[in-house]
Design a protein around this ligand. Structure first.
Ligand SMILES: Nc1ncnc2c1ncn2[C@@H]1O[C@H](COP(=O)(O)OP(=O)(O)O)[C@@H](O)[C@H]1O
Ligand SMILES: O=P(O)(O)O[C@H]1O[C@H](CO)[C@@H](O[C@H]2O[C@H](CO)[C@@H](O)[C@H](O)[C@H]2O)[C@H](O)[C@H]1O
Length: 499
């Protein structure tokens, strides 16, 4: 792929004036490639772990801040690059984020690179390397999100929207973003990267990106329009409109980052559950309130976005997709093999209900709901309030699939799986009992607010729980092999075997 145009930005925060564009610098990618090949696979958010990176292709590059050769000021480069890798073993269908050619795949990543002559000591952990040749020769290149000067500039871009080369910065007209908010990079384990500004806003930068609006922008905006206050409403965002690749059509814009209010002092449900377990406390009140909050968000999504009815063909298709995911996961994680037949049974039961004339409503859902996606502000005993975040869906699923209406029980199954995880990781002496009590409270809270008790549809719930546990097996095998036993215990239970 030829190097894409290199867009030069203004040195100061954007104005409404158009930005100048210069021709692309030759040798940029060539000089960065060996450094990125070493650095990228080490990042928590790199999705292609375990497979070599065989090359890079530039999708677009934008100079957000020009660097000075004498090292006077840092520079900031925004890149979208495709990392070329062989397909993973047992791969059936793509992530939807990348291109595929033969047995090769290439996911597109968003990179923000700082460039300075020398790195001050506090930025040492951000080092990527020193390119040889190319326009960055003589500079030190680093992860820009560690540098408060550069993350401040990003906020400025969002505060005063406009275009810069392929990038478009948008602010919700009703939102006010103050000019000076000290930034700090979040250090939590994440699938993306987030910067908190003065405890007022949080900017999430998507790392693996694909054409089309990210549901983590689309759904919170739609929920805000319905008046639902359970989800922080986007205040600003930015996207890229990269040039067409080859003779193909111009891709849809890629959502790159979303700024939303920061829920200061909040605690996430995962930490809260573990703390409660450690203190041998009761989590059922919190779970009930969380079920209530989940139902409120589901009702708002059903009001504000299209819904559909799942009849026999759609139910059979849903069951077949689950079966396919199971086969694909079992090819990648052999530990699943002994349980395949029994697990397929859950999907067959679902398909049988479809054949018998059962129908369900599908709607937009969260898509990857677990305790870590629920934030409690205030104390749960003293009138605390749950909010839900991170509507991106399961990161490894194709974007089109994540944006499709689905049965809301999919989210409920996700949260029920999370109670299982908490009981296992929190070392409860009777994990299944604790998880059972917590599940019952959550479902009861959901039923109170929605009038629908998920336990009344056992086949639907079991099929979704099984699908989620299979996803988790793959997720843990790739990201946290030490935790593989947690979803594997559930797999054995769901397959009807003793744990
Ligand atoms: N609006 C918010 N207010 C407070 N903390 C937040 C907010 N949004 C996200 N966080 C924190 O950032 C973490 C990562 O956010 P998340 O959207 O889940 O990113 P990722 O998709 O990278 O996992 C969350 O677990 C939470 O601790
Ligand atoms: O929060 P993300 O969008 O990055 O979601 C991914 O990572 C999650 C782990 O951080 C993973 O969740 C799994 O582990 C959780 C405990 O750490 C547990 O509460 C969840 O139930 C379990 O699924 C999630 O699956 C993955 O998509």
């Amino acid at each position: 792929m030829p190097e894409a145009p290199f867009s030069r930005g203004a040195q100061h925060p954007p104005t409404a004036a158009p930005f100048a564009t210069a021709a692309g610098p030759s040798g940029l990618l060539t000089s960065l490639a060996p450094l990125l090949a070493e650095w990228l696979p080490r990042q928590r958010w790199f999705a292609g772990k375990g497979r070599p990176v065989t090359g890079f292709a530039l999708v677009c590059v934008t100079e957000l801040l020009p660097w000075r050769a004498d090292g006077g000021t840092p520079g900031l480069l925004h890149l979208l690059v495709r990392a070329q890798q062989p397909e993973p073993p047992g791969h059936r269908h793509g992530s939807g984020c990348g291109h595929r050619r033969g047995a090769a795949a290439s996911d597109c990543y968003q990179l923000l690179l700082g460039a300075r002559r020398t790195l001050p000591p506090p930025l040492a952990p951000a080092l990527i390397g020193r390119p040889r040749g190319g326009p960055l020769d003589g500079q030190t290149v680093y992860e820009a999100l560690f540098d408060p000067r550069l993350t401040t500039l990003l906020l400025e871009r969002l505060r005063m929207p406009g275009r810069l080369g392929p990038l478009r910065f948008v602010r919700e007209p009703s939102s006010t973003i103050p000019p000076v908010l000290p930034p700090r990079l979040m250090t939590a384990e994440q699938s993306n990267s987030s910067v908190v500004y003065g405890d007022t806003f949080i900017l999430k930068l998507f790392r693996r990106v694909s054409p089309g609006t990210n549901p983590d922008l689309e759904l919170p905006r739609a929920l805000a329009r319905t008046g639902c206050t359970r989800v922080p409403a986007p205040a600003a965002w930015f996207e890229a409109e990269p040039p067409a690749e080859g003779a193909g059509p111009r891709p849809e814009p890629f959502t790159l980052g979303v700024l939303q209010p920061f829920l200061a002092g909040s605690r996430d449900g995962w930490q809260l559950a573990l703390d409660t377990l450690a203190a041998r406390g009761d989590f059922t009140g919190a779970a009930r309130a969380l079920g209530h909050a989940t139902a409120e968000v589901h009702l708002a999504m059903a009001r504000g976005l299209p819904t559909s009815v799942l009849r026999r063909p759609q139910i059979e298709h849903l069951a077949a997709a689950m079966s396919e995911r199971l086969d694909s996961a079992a090819a990648a994680v052999p530990a699943l093999q002994p349980y395949r037949t029994a697990l397929h049974g859950a999907y067959e039961d679902l398909a049988a209900l479809g054949r018998a004339g059962r129908t369900w409503t599908a709607q937009r859902i969260h898509g990857d709901l677990h305790l870590g996606q629920a934030l409690l502000t205030g104390s749960e005993g003293g009138g605390g309030r749950w909010s839900l975040i991170d509507f991106e869906g399961e990161p490894s699923r194709p974007l089109a699939e994540r944006r499709r209406p689905q049965p809301p029980v999919r989210d409920i199954a996700g949260m029920l799986r999370s109670f299982d995880y908490a009981a296992a990781v929190g070392c409860h002496e009777h994990p299944q009992e604790w998880a059972g009590r917590t599940r019952a409270a959550y479902c009861a809270g959901y039923a109170d607010a929605s009038g629908t008790d998920p336990r009344d549809e056992p086949e639907l719930l079991r099929a979704h729980e099984t699908d989620k546990a299979v996803y988790e097996v793959l997720y843990e095998a790739r990201h946290r092999p030490d935790w593989l036993s947690v979803p594997m215990t559930a797999i054995r239970r769901l397959a009807g075997l003793r744990t």
